[in-house]
Design a protein around this ligand. Structure first.
Ligand SMILES: Nc1ncnc2c1ncn2[C@@H]1O[C@H](COP(=O)(O)OP(=O)(O)OP(=O)(O)O)[C@@H](O)[C@H]1O
Ligand SMILES: O=P(O)(O)OC[C@H]1O[C@H](OP(=O)(O)OP(=O)(O)O)[C@H](O)[C@@H]1O
Length: 223
């Protein structure tokens, strides 16, 4: 059962691309993650011995669970944090989930050297806030079109002129005849905390944070 005992630490984990590495990192820090490794449809797990609850959440929902204190800690990409601007405390760069926010365009139209010719262009993205801020910093007022995925389709079918999206290997751009125009900022997974619970549960969060710092610094020097 999910424990509502206040001594328990509740950690929100992102299902999907970041899940396996998040679980592996917590395991390295001494948490018993065995329950998380099975093929289960359960959305929460409780480790009564270590007094930890784990919530399995959609990545985009992690900041909400943490902001409201339903989870004390969460693991989520910097992309999601930047886009949502929720009131959560970003504790640590976990140094996995490496990717980059980029502007991309149909390959034939790149490189773009003169942005003034793109004023009022249509930009498809899952991240309207990040896109808006980037183009505003260039003094450009673009028409931002919010999509929920497969953003690379938009320029191919004339829905948009440009996209703002995450790139890791670059394969999705390449296979859809798009090319990177400009990097916006790099992205990694981050540890976030509820601002109030961070103080109240310092006894639980402090030691875990120290272990995570140690293991993420090791990880960096491994690369
Ligand atoms: N190609 C990639 N390479 C590395 N990391 C990535 C890549 N794509 C996304 N990520 C990172 O993984 C996080 C989760 O991505 P994932 O695709 O699992 O979920 P999502 O579909 O974006 O979330 P949701 O289902 O809540 O909309 C992203 O927020 C980003 O930080
Ligand atoms: O550079 P690559 O290694 O090809 O990775 C980039 C792709 O990964 C992400 O998509 P995801 O798989 O999360 O699907 P989505 O389009 O539904 O967000 C991102 O939105 C790109 O489409």
């Amino acid at each position: 059962m999910f424990s509502k005992n206040n001594d328990f630490l509740t950690v929100a984990l992102p299902k999907g691309a970041l899940f396996a590495e998040a679980v592996e990192l917590l395991g390295r820090c001494g948490l018993n993650t065995d329950q998380l490794l099975g093929d289960s449809r359960k959305l929460f797990f409780t480790d009564a011995e270590q007094e930890v609850n784990y919530l399995i959440c959609r990545p985009t929902d992690i900041p909400t669970f943490v902001e409201y204190g339903a989870a004390d800690l969460g693991i989520v990409g910097k992309d999601t944090i930047a886009e949502q601007g929720k009131d959560v405390y970003e504790l640590l760069d976990l140094k996995f989930g490496f990717c980059r926010f980029v502007v991309a365009a149909p390959k034939a139209l790149t490189p773009i050297t003169d942005w003034s010719q793109w004023a009022a262009a249509r930009v498809a993205t899952k991240f309207p806030r990040v896109a808006e801020q980037f183009f505003q910093s260039k003094g450009l007022q673009m028409e931002i079109i919010k999509l929920h995925g497969n953003i690379e389709l938009a320029p191919l079918v004339g829905l948009a002129d440009l996209i703002v999206d995450l790139v890791s290997t670059g394969r999705t751009l390449r296979e859809n005849n798009l090319a990177e125009v400009e990097e916006i900022f790099p992205v990694t997974a981050r540890l976030i905390a509820n601002r109030v619970n961070l103080r109240i549960k310092d006894r639980r969060i402090g030691p875990l944070l120290e272990k995570l710092k140690f293991h993420t610094s090791q990880r960096h020097s491994d690369c």
